[in-house]
Design a protein around this ligand. Structure first.
Ligand SMILES: Nc1nc2c(c(=O)[nH]1)N[C@H]1C(S)=C(S)[C@@H](COP(=O)(O)O)O[C@H]1N2
Ligand SMILES: [Mo]
Length: 307
């Protein structure tokens, strides 16, 4: 399926990583001069402003690494399994059920969910609990935009997400490695934070299945497992939901899962990380480097208890 948005780029401009990088360099230079233009024509000023406000300018991980080294247990537990197996996922047609504490529940076609949004590009650090990290140029829109349209009631304190349940096309769901469907949750203020994205693509193209097509969450200050893929259900809840990894192992995984070099996973230190494509490890940053934007959400909380 192809979600065509005005800010998407023609395939031939982005298939090659080096061309993508040089286009970005060109755009940054133009933006620096106050000119908002690309080879293809005029782009919206908001596009450049948003990417500057939220994006890191660290070196991007290659498209090849992002689409080859994946975690998607519905398609196997190995890092290279999703790329091999995820072709069987059917992403068109796609619908998302919205339910719970909101005034606009229903079953929405993906096209209807995306019609009113404008897709932005943001380069986010992405840190897995297993100790590796990437920098990914996501395409997406703030989750807050979707939440506002659904008009949550005053009882809605949390947002819960579910991945599609379809064992026929997701062979991992025939095994018991996790309790299916994969589930995740955010506190309402985390969900409304402008950093939290609903992603539809990366590197200017629609998401590949292994990266969570057609719609996934991206929460850059939290460990990667919070960024649930191929979302089929959103539920507004009064009480804190339990996510798949908590269900699997309550002592190893918490609800918050904020990137925190001070709190180790029982089997791994979280002080350092290996950026995919690099050899020497880096020091992991509190909130994955997004303290300025999110530390206030956790004021007064003991983050060693609320891990
Ligand atoms: N449905 C679903 N979503 C998921 C996972 C999964 O197994 N199933 N893995 C999570 C984990 S552990 C990580 S690190 C990220 C990986 O995203 P990527 O493969 O696009 O890099 O997806 C998260 N979302
Ligand atoms: Mo992960």
């Amino acid at each position: 399926m192809l979600i065509k948005k005005k800010k998407d780029l023609p395939d031939n401009q982005v298939t090659d990583y080096s061309i993508y990088q040089s286009r970005r360099h060109f755009m940054k230079t133009m933006a620096g001069l106050g000119l908002m233009a690309t080879a293809g024509g005029i782009i919206q000023p908001s596009f450049a402003n948003t990417s500057r406000q939220f994006s890191t300018n660290e070196k991007l991980t290659s498209f090849d690494d992002i689409s080859s080294y994946c975690n998607y247990y519905e398609f196997g537990t190995g890092k290279s399994d999703p790329k091999k197996n995820a072709h069987s996922l059917v992403t068109s047609p796609w619908s998302v059920v919205v339910e719970g504490e909101c005034q606009k529940p229903g079953k929405y076609n993906l096209e209807d969910l995306l019609k009113p949004v404008s897709i932005e590009e943001r380069n986010y650090r992405f840190r897995c609990v297993e100790g590796w990290s990437m920098v990914i140029p996501w395409m997406g829109f703030p989750l807050a935009e979707l939440i506002k349209r659904m008009k949550p009631t005053s009882k809605a304190k949390y947002v819960y997400f579910e991945t599609l349940l379809d064992p026929q096309h997701m062979p991992g769901q025939k095994t018991k490695v996790l309790d299916w469907p994969y589930t995740e949750g955010l506190r309402m203020d985390e969900a409304m934070n402008p950093l939290t994205l609903m992603a539809t693509g990366l590197y200017g193209k629609d998401l590949l299945n292994q990266n969570g097509a057609p719609l996934r969450l991206v929460v850059p200050w939290k460990y990667g497992f919070k960024s649930i893929k191929s979302i089929a259900k959103i539920r507004f809840m009064e009480h804190q939901p339990v996510n798949s990894w908590q269900k699997a192992n309550m002592t190893e995984y918490g609800f918050y899962s904020n990137v925190n070099p001070q709190v180790n996973h029982p089997r791994w230190s979280q002080r350092k990380e290996r950026r995919i494509g690099e050899f020497r490890k880096r020091k992991t940053l509190m909130f994955n480097g997004y303290s300025e934007q999110v530390a206030s959400l956790y004021k007064g909380m003991d983050l060693k208890k609320n891990f």
